[in-house]
Write a protein that binds this ligand. Structure first.
Ligand SMILES: Cc1ncc(COP(=O)(O)O)c(C=O)c1O
Length: 387
């Protein structure tokens, strides 16, 4: 076969650790606490609402900005939760998932040579999407073990090429939250500059122990320079539906939509119509902190007698654990051993760094049924190797 010569825009990319671990999980019939998706059913009411939308003929292209009814419900939710009266007409765009909300924001504003500051460990889509725009990702490692943001390092990294700072709270993989103090630091650093912010808030409702989610949307000054990405797949336990939204002030939304209309044009209609009705009942999302906190606490209790030690998780789908030296000194290798020999797939947090940083931490997805968590904890507690 004669191949046409192409210069890869993303050379040296490997299969993601999530795909690798999920493949190994199915190969070894292991319990998959690796990839971040629920194994429990979503609310049947939402199924029925999608069916109803289809029956009622909502099967053609939706508006390119998103179904108006859904944008209105989301605007109301944002106003109630974050005291920001965003305009559903000019500031909210429905997207095919949070990943796309992030990539399309980056596509809309980044140019060759721009620098983007982000924090590691981080969600794996950020860096390739920065690079593909010809921009330069500037990694700042979070402090270990509390995963707080070293703001003095951010100040040192900022220069005239800095175009954007990306944040993520509740955080994947660390389970930490950004506080009011962090937003103030970010505001001080960006005030009077041309720096934009991209805030990934896909786990906005999954916050534990009565803590608060400090959204960029609740900070008037920061919002003026921000894109904020959300995921309805996470809110409604249907990650496979790939539906989310982006919120930004009108002048940024205009740029976002310029690209969006030629990337996907619109998002599937029946799901949007159904979500509009479903989310008009706030209890659908206000109950989420308890649902997931119960799962975190259940798993922690089941793991009490294991050799793994939990790091604090204040939100998200995730709980991190450190492991003792006798299991090994390479997280990736330990995760591979666990899936093969113990039958539990976890994700090594080292995979969320570009350069090798291994604090010997494994990430567990707690968005699973109790029986799944119980059996995984049983296997992890009764390890028969490395001890
Ligand atoms: C931090 C973070 N951002 C974005 C996403 C993507 O969300 P979606 O599935 O809606 O594309 C995820 C999914 O795991 C995530 O963990």
């Amino acid at each position: 076969m004669s191949k046409v010569e192409i210069k890869s825009k993303l050379p040296n990319l490997q299969t993601t650790i999530f795909t690798t671990m999920s493949q190994l999980a199915s190969q070894h019939k292991a319990i998959n606490l690796g990839q971040g998706f629920p194994d429990f059913p979503m609310d049947p009411l939402l199924h029925n609402l999608v069916e109803k939308a289809m029956h009622n003929g909502h099967n053609q292209y939706a508006h390119t900005f998103g179904f108006q009814g859904l944008r209105e419900v989301l605007a109301e939710k944002i106003n109630t939760l974050y005291c920001n009266a965003v305009d559903s007409e000019t500031e909210i765009t429905i997207t095919p998932g949070g990943t796309y909300a992030i990539s399309n924001a980056l596509t809309s504003v980044l140019r060759e040579g721009d620098e983007v500051i982000y924090f590691e460990p981080c969600f794996d889509s950020y860096v390739p999407n920065i690079k593909v725009m010809g921009a330069k990702p500037i990694a700042i490692p979070l402090n270990f073990p509390d995963y707080s943001i070293p703001w003095e390092k951010v100040r040192e990294a900022v220069n005239p090429k800095t175009r954007m700072i990306m944040i993520n709270s509740p955080n994947n993989p660390t389970g930490t939250l950004i506080g009011l103090q962090d937003l103030e630091q970010l505001n001080e650093i960006t005030r009077g500059t041309q720096i934009l912010i991209l805030s990934d808030e896909v786990y906005e409702h999954i916050v534990f122990d009565g803590e608060k989610h400090y959204s960029i949307l609740s900070h008037t000054e920061l919002f003026e320079r921000s894109f904020v990405a959300f995921s309805l797949g996470k809110v409604c336990h249907c990650t496979g539906w790939k539906i989310g939204y982006s919120v930004s002030p009108a002048y940024l939304t205009k740029e976002f939509r310029n690209h969006h209309q030629f990337n996907v044009f619109s998002v599937n209609t029946p799901m949007q119509v159904a979500m509009a009705e479903y989310l008009s009942e706030p209890q659908t999302y206000l109950q989420l902190p308890k649902v997931f906190q119960d799962k975190r606490d259940f798993f922690a209790k089941e793991m009490e007698n294991s050799i793994f030690s939990p790091l604090p998780s204040k939100g998200s789908y995730f709980q991190c654990f450190t492991f003792p030296e006798n299991l090994g000194d390479n997280s990736r290798k330990v995760a591979l051993d666990l899936v093969e020999k113990v039958g539990v797939a976890l994700i090594p947090v080292s995979a969320f760094y570009q350069e090798e940083t291994d604090n010997k931490v494994l990430r567990v997805c707690i968005a699973k049924k109790e029986e799944t968590l119980r059996e995984a904890a049983r296997r992890l507690t009764n390890l028969s190797y490395g001890i």
